[in-house]
Design a protein around this ligand. Structure first.
Ligand code: NDP
Length: 337
């Protein structure tokens, strides 16, 4: 069995020299443990943060140890009565073909009703992030205008669709003409723009006009930086900004400047709140019920970029995702099923 280890901390953009794919022996599960053959694993932007030494809300990856992250797989050996062989589980020990998981830290998932990849994406923490950010943090109401950045990505594509399902006007930004077309033609966004196409303040203002919107009520921020400042400029009174991510800054080697127009937050009585999905797990029953309903009715579809070729492709898939090569949730298939 093989696993990806971090061997050097990246400075700026990560490179192939920062990691190694290492063969390891497959252990036997001890009491309360199960051995899981991972079928799919997730590569996510927050992993870039864990490659740095700086402490954040989550432990940095240790050098010379396997990296971790969400995965879904089948129990192939079990020393726990609750999870017999043949069970399917979601857990946190991705980046490896076979994982020795404590049964208490593995969560059974339904792979008959839903493809394993959905438990990483739209039905997993990705979907919950969009749901918690829009509905709890930003208190989204039907009829409001929502702006979503990185809108063609995993969290973004889900946020766009939830906002549409709630009867909102939705503007999205993304990094290519294909993604812009995907947002308006496939996901129902009312207007979208490629943030490379000029000054974001002009692109955003034009997109709002195309959508017939007077301004933004809710900004779901995945990228920070220039797009955040421009969104503040276009917020309506009593608008809400859910700070979900700041991917435009993750490879920065110097402190990044903040928005220069925070005074508008006072004048327009805006609210801006950062959140971590892991602090909103109490929403899961509501989220899973609503999302299963939206998936079954066709109001929301799962959008995925599936990377095939097994464990060797996990690192290239991570780099490609950071660079915007994905549409929707990036899922690495480890079994090529
Ligand atoms: P995505 O699937 O959205 O992949 C990342 C995307 O970011 C890329 O596809 C790329 O799309 C875009 N991107 C990369 N660089 C830049 C840049 N400089 N400026 C603008 N966009 C850029 O990943 P996720 O959906 O998993 O994550 C989206 C955001 O949500 C991240 O910021 C992540 O950290 C955050 N997050 C936060 C959570 C929380 O609990 N707060 C939980 C999960 C995710 P493009 O082609 O459009 O540039």
């Amino acid at each position: 069995s093989r696993q990806w280890q971090l061997v050097r901390r990246p400075v700026g953009e990560p490179t192939d020299d920062d990691v190694a794919l290492v063969p390891v022996d497959v252990p036997d599960p001890g009491p309360g443990e199960v051995l899981v053959r991972n079928a799919v694993m997730s590569v996510e932007p927050y992993m870039r943060g864990r490659m740095s030494e700086a402490r954040s809300y989550v432990e940095p990856y240790a050098l010379g140890e396997p990296m971790s992250g969400h995965a879904v797989g089948e129990v192939i050996a079990s020393a726990d009565p609750v999870l017999p062989e043949g069970s399917w589980v979601r857990h946190e020990l991705g980046w490896r073909e076979v994982a020795l998981v404590k049964a208490a830290e593995a969560e059974p998932v339904d792979v008959r009703g839903f493809d394993p990849a959905l438990h990483l994406g739209v039905l997993g923490q990705t979907g919950l992030t969009a749901y918690a950010g829009l509905l709890r943090i930003a208190s989204l109401k039907p009829g409001e205008t929502v702006f979503v950045s990185a809108a063609a990505g995993a969290v973004g594509a889900t946020a766009v669709q939830i906002a549409k399902a709630k009867g909102c006007t939705v503007i999205g930004s993304a990094g290519s003409a294909e993604k812009v077309a995907f947002l308006t033609r496939e996901l129902g966004a009312d207007a979208a723009f490629d943030y490379h196409d000029g000054a974001v303040r002009d692109l955003l203002a034009a997109a709002l006009e195309r959508a017939g919107a007077a301004g933004i009520d809710v900004y779901f921020d995945n990228v920070g930086g220039e797009q955040l400042e421009c969104a503040i400029r276009c917020m309506r009174e009593e608008g809400r900004i859910a700070l979900c991510g700041a991917i435009s800054t993750y490879n920065a080697t110097e402190p990044v400047p903040g928005p220069r127009n925070l005074l508008l937050m006072i004048w327009r009585r805006l609210r801006m709140e950062g959140f971590l999905v892991t602090r909103h797990l109490d929403l899961r029953p509501d989220f899973e019920r609503d999302m299963a309903g939206w998936l079954c009715s066709g109001a929301i579809r799962s959008v995925e970029t599936t990377v095939r070729g097994g464990i060797t492709q996990a690192w290239p898939a991570f780099l490609d995702m950071l660079g915007g090569g994905n549409v929707g949730k990036t899922v690495v298939s480890l079994t090529d099923r």
